[in-house]
Design a protein around this ligand. Structure first.
Ligand code: HEM
Length: 218
């Protein structure tokens, strides 16, 4: 138990929770790819999720705990690094710069989360439809602040997702360095595989947004 609260234990917690968040992101992308199939399929999928709400609520609570575990441990490590950097060793300065970069990109990711949940998630949860003909699909495509038919919001989303990609990339780099007990060739392979999370998945989210803006999803 004591190990979990040591620096290495905290790094393991950050890496583990980060990986779980990446898996959530993959499932979230798969759900949203239904937008390409058409409104009926997408609306049916969301309605199915609504019909198993208690299960979804448990999963959302789990997601929140994982997110708090990630942020809490990452912040503690950042503050510890900052303190250690006062000892002026160049190694520490590099790690402080890295953790600062992660803290800045992490904060932008958090801001994105708040905006995404405030508009899209909340509209779905509270069923704040404009009228009885509006569907879940139409909500996403609204040309209004916070929704993806609105160009400034779409631009914000694309930029935020690029930060998310950057954050995930550095997360994998740093985790693989920390757990560098593996053979160099294995690290290379794992880093290559991590491209799915920091390259492919964010790129596909951006493709969805561009498709909405270009009228391909309409
Ligand atoms: C094209 C981009 C995206 C679209 C169209 C999209 C769409 C949605 C929708 C429709 C919901 C509501 C689901 C429901 O309540 O049934 C939702 C919730 C959520 N989204 Fe996204 N999302 C996108 C990108 C992202 C990204 C990049 C992240 C994370 C970094 C993210 C994190 C979440 C979270 C945490 C929730 C609430 C949990 C849940 O109920 O599933 N989303 N999103």
């Amino acid at each position: 138990m004591k190990f979990l609260f040591s620096s290495l234990g905290k790094k393991i917690q950050v890496a583990f929770s980060g990986l779980l968040l990446c898996i959530f992101l993959m499932m979230h992308l798969i759900n949203n790819l239904a937008l390409f199939v058409g409104p009926e399929v997408f609306n049916k999928m969301v309605a199915t999720l609504e019909s198993i709400k208690p299960i979804i609520r448990v999963m959302e609570a789990g997601l929140l705990i994982i997110l708090l575990m990630h942020i809490g441990n990452a912040l503690q490590l950042t503050f510890k690094n900052r303190k250690a950097s006062n000892s002026k060793s160049s190694n520490n300065q590099t790690s402080t710069l890295n953790s600062r970069t992660m803290a800045v990109s992490g904060t932008i990711v958090l801001l994105f989360f708040i905006i995404h949940l405030r508009y899209i998630w909340y509209t779905y949860q509270a069923h704040l439809f404009i009228d009885e003909t509006e569907t879940y699909y139409d909500v996403l495509l609204r040309n209004d602040w916070g929704y993806l038919g609105h160009t400034p919001t779409a631009v914000f989303y694309v930029l935020a997702i690029m930060f998310i990609a950057f954050h995930i990339k550095h997360g994998f780099q740093s985790a693989l360095k920390t757990f560098g007990v593996l053979k160099q060739s294995r690290i290379g392979l794992l880093y290559g595989l991590s491209f799915i999370f920091w390259g492919f998945i964010p790129a596909m989210f951006i493709v969805i947004i561009i498709s909405i803006q270009a009228g391909i999803i309409n």
